[in-house]
Each structure stands twice: as structure tokens, then as C-alpha cells.
Ligand binder design. Structure first.
Ligand SMILES: *Cc1c(COP(=O)(O)O)cnc(C)c1O
Length: 465
């Protein structure tokens, strides 16, 4: 074994071979690839996988060296096939943009634009005006503003309207949302003091009343996102809370989380008020995400009464929280699709996936099953199973959407092994593990994704490592 270690090529020899192949690649990349490959060769020797010194010549290890360089120069952010059936999957980039939004991003990215240039006057303009009118038209709000994400929107709202004072919030809404967004922490950052009222399960108007003081700046309502209190509970309806806040000269602010412009109850998704409904109930400022149920780019959207939104527009913090032109391009295009409800239902992928019929999903599942059966043959068994997809993004947390899954039972390896191997295919394919099955939900796979899905599944099943 020690003679095998001595036969390992030197870093310099490997480097020279790589320099010839990749004359313009950064030296640090080539050196790191050599180091990594030599390290795995040492491990292989220790594990008894190398039998002969002839396997350790520079020529013999060159393919490994080259693939190490290729791997380290390919993009880290890659396309992934989502077969998990979670429409707004935060780990997989949340919403897929509509074609029109993709095109708007391409145009904004590939040339100069009137981002902050008023084409009517020829003078400096505001980037926010690009989407403000669409937002006020679609929500019925007096004014609107857009920042980087909803966390930034909440921060800006509290910093502008409540800094140095107190904000009243029900203990039932003191939540932490995935990715460690905690309302009390955001509030602390904004310099507003949290005044908790009520209990976890029940908060009454009298609790809010008792918490009022001369330092009170606002009443806050936070959407509990993917958290629910069930059983013996009660909260003050927003309309009542708005009337209470206004009677004391205070604004009612709401972090709506995954705000929606459409009512999805016709599709069996209930109990999420739309942004226009929340405003109509009397809430003065509402914040929500651009990339959750709305189906646009990452953004934090703020809509509400002009006097409050105008104050936020003058806050210096906005300069640090503003979003870039690619976001604004995608958001404008996405919002414009909502000007016609049927267009939004058809063209915004998130909305389309939330409203797909069970029949269509069954037909899609059957198409994929037939393709897999033909291509995989004895490598796996494929059957269909009725189950539920989820919206994700904290929206409609306990409401499943009926779907048909393709359940794949691999021959020779376990479903867990298959799942692991599919993380390393190109593109990777994400599915649901339900031992002994690996399951795919056609709700989040387009028909145009099927050939890739079939190919990587076949590759993963054939892979005999
Ligand atoms: C998702 C969510 C947030 C955070 O929104 P981002 O756009 O991810 O910053 C804040 N509040 C609620 C209630 C949410 O659901």
C-alpha cells in the first residue's frame, strides 16, 4: 500500500496536465481540483480500491481531474425538477415566473431601461412608480411600495410607523416563520416595543384595550403562516380591530404573509382573505410576499393608506431595502397578468398549479406512468395513488389539494437510495419518500419536464455504485 502512495502523481504534474486542457481557467480552480482528486485517490488506496500503480499515472487520473474542474466551474444554482408537489417550495425557489415575466427580466437585463427615468418629463423618476399604479388598481389601496422581501416590508413598516413606541400584538400571533423570521425579533430591530396581549389561544378586544397607552403607535395583526391554533380559541376579527384602532387614532397594520389577489375558495382552498378584502375590512397597511401565492419574484409588497405609505417612502431605510430592476420587471409583468382574472389563472404558474383539476392531474400522472413503464421496464414498478399536494409558503397550511401521485418502487435498491441518487443527477429530481415508494406529484412537473424526469430516473436506477 505504501508503494501505491508513493506512486501518486505530484500536484505539479497534475497541474501541468490541466493547464494544457484548460489554458484560461483560473489557477486556483485547477490547483483545488488537483488537491481534491489526489485526496480521493488516497482514500481509494486506503480502502483497497486501487490495485496497481498503473491506475495512478497522470494519464490514468486525467479524466477525474477534468471532471473535477468541470464540476467546480459549473453554476451552483441549477435547475431542479420539483416532483414533491409543493407549489411554493421555499427551498426550491418558491414561485416559477410566468413566461411574460421571464421575458420582462430578459429585456431589463439586456439593455438600459427607464428604471429611474421619467419618459414624460425627461427627468429623474421613481422606480416604485413602475408598479405602484398596478398595485393600487389591483388591491384598491390608496398607495403602494415594493421592497426586497416581506421581511423587509415588515421591518420598514414598523421602523417608519412605530419606532420608539409600542405595538400591540396578540400572543396568538407571536410566531416564527420558516427561515427564522420571528416577529418579536424583527420588531426589536425596528426599534418598536412589543406589547403582547391575550393568551396563546384567546385574545379579546378588552385585552387590546388594557394595553393602550400614550406610547402606543399601532395595532399589529400577523398572519400565523403555517401555524394554526385549533380547538378552544378566539381572536378579534380584523374589522372589529380596525374600528378599535381607528377609534384611538391608531393604524391597524397587517403582515399578511402569502397575500393573494384571487379568492381560491372555488378550488377548495378556504379561509385566506385576499389583499383587497383585508384592506376593505379597514386594515391601514398590509404587507405580503411577491413570490408566494402571488407567483412573482421575491419582493415585499406594501399597500395601504397614502399617509402611511408616503412616510415609508421617505424613510432612509428604503434605500437599503429597495429591489432591483430585474425584480421590478418581473413583478410588473406578473401583476399585469392579474388585470384579467382568466389570464392570471392560465399564465401565472403558481396560480395555475393551485387550480389544476383532479382530472387533469390524473391524466398527467397516467401519461408519466406510461412513459416510465416503457422506459424503465423491470428497473421499477410504477403505480398511481390518490393523495394531496400542498400550496406551501405558509398558505393554506392544512388544506391539501387532491392529486394523483406516480409511486415508483425500485427493483434492487431502496426508495431512500433512489431518492439520494436523484440528488446527483442532472437535473436533480426531488420527490416524496414513502417507503417502499419514491413518489412524484405531477402538479409541480410540467409535461415538458417528463423526458428529463424519465431520463434521470433511468440513470439513477441503472447506476450501480
Ligand atoms: C413568509 C412570511 C414572511 C416572510 O416573507 P419573505 O417574503 O420570505 O421575507 C413574513 N411573514 C409571514 C406571515 C409570512 O408568511
Amino acid at each position: 500500500m505504501s508503494s501505491l502512495f508513493r506512486s501518486l502523481p505530484s500536484v505539479d504534474a497534475c497541474l501541468r496536465a490541466l493547464e494544457e486542457r484548460f489554458p484560461s481557467t483560473a489557477h486556483a480552480v485547477l490547483r483545488e481540483s488537483c488537491r481534491a482528486v489526489l485526496e480521493t485517490l488516497r482514500e481509494d488506496i486506503r480502502a483497497g480500491l486501487v490495485k496497481d500503480a498503473s491506475e495512478l499515472t497522470v494519464e490514468a487520473v486525467l479524466p477525474r481531474l477534468c471532471s473535477a474542474v468541470e464540476k467546480s466551474t459549473r453554476p451552483r444554482l441549477r435547475r431542479v425538477l420539483n416532483g414533491a408537489g409543493v407549489v411554493v417550495h421555499t427551498n426550491l425557489g418558491r414561485s416559477v415566473l410566468a413566461k411574460k415575466a421571464q421575458e420582462a427580466v430578459r429585456v431589463a437585463a439586456s439593455g438600459y431601461s427607464n428604471l429611474e427615468f421619467d419618459l414624460e418629463t425627461g427627468e429623474r423618476g421613481s422606480r416604485i412608480s413602475l408598479v405602484e399604479e398596478l398595485l393600487t388598481t389591483l388591491t384598491g389601496a390608496e398607495a403602494a411600495l415594493v421592497v426586497n422581501n416581506n421581511a423587509a416590508a415588515v421591518l420598514l413598516m414598523l421602523d417608519t410607523l412605530c419606532k420608539g413606541g409600542e405595538v400591540i400584538l396578540s400572543r396568538g400571533q407571536l410566531v416564527e416563520i420558516g427561515g427564522s423570521f420571528r416577529i418579536p425579533d424583527v420588531m426589536e430591530r425596528s426599534g418598536a416595543a412589543l406589547k403582547e396581549v391575550g393568551t396563546t389561544n384567546r385574545t379579546h378586544l378588552a385585552d387590546y384595550e388594557k394595553a393602550l397607552s400614550e406610547n402606543t403607535r399601532a395595532v399589529l395583526w400577523v398572519h400565523p403562516s403555517n401555524y394554526r391554533i385549533i380547538g378552544f380559541h378566539s381572536s378579534v376579527p380584523p374589522a372589529e380591530l380596525a374600528a378599535f384602532a381607528h377609534a384611538h387614532g391608531l393604524p391597524l397594520l397587517e403582515d399578511l404573509g402569502s397575500g393573494s389577489l384571487l379568492d381560491f375558495s372555488q378550488w377548495g382552498l378556504h379561509d385566506e382573505p385576499t389583499v383587497p378584502e383585508v384592506l376593505k375590512a379597514g386594515t391601514d397597511v398590509v404587507t405580503f410576499s411577491g413570490d408566494k401565492v402571488l407567483g412573482g419574484p421575491q419582493a415585499g409588497i406594501i399597500v395601504g393608506r397614502k399617509e402611511y405609505v408616503d412616510r415609508m417612502k421617505r424613510n432612509q431605510l428604503l434605500r437599503a431595502l429597495r429591489c432591483d430592476k430585474l425584480t421590478l420587471a418581473a413583478l410588473e409583468a406578473t401583476l399585469s397578468l392579474y388585470l384579467d382574472k382568466e389570464t392570471a389563472l392560465r399564465e401565472v404558474p403558481t396560480v395555475r398549479r393551485m387550480t389544476m383539476s383532479a382530472d387533469l392531474l390524473h391524466a398527467r400522472a397516467e401519461t408519466l406512468r406510461a412513459l416510465l413503464e416503457k422506459e424503465l421496464g423491470p428497473l421499477a414498478g410504477c403505480s398511481l395513488k390518490s393523495d394531496f399536494s400542498r400550496v406551501g409558503g405558509g398558505a393554506f397550511p392544512e388544506q391539501g389539494m387532491p392529486t394523483t401521485l406516480i409511486a415508483i418502487k425500485p427493483a434492487g435498491i431502496s426508495a431512500a437510495q433512489l431518492k439520494k441518487r436523484l440528488l446527483r443527477t442532472d437535473p436533480p429530481l426531488i420527490g416524496r419518500l414513502e417507503d417502499p415508494y419514491f413518489q412524484l406529484d405531477p402538479r409541480t412537473l410540467e409535461e415538458e419536464d417528463f423526458p428529463d424526469a424519465v431520463r434521470v430516473l433511468k440513470q439513477a436506477l441503472c447506476d450501480n455504485r
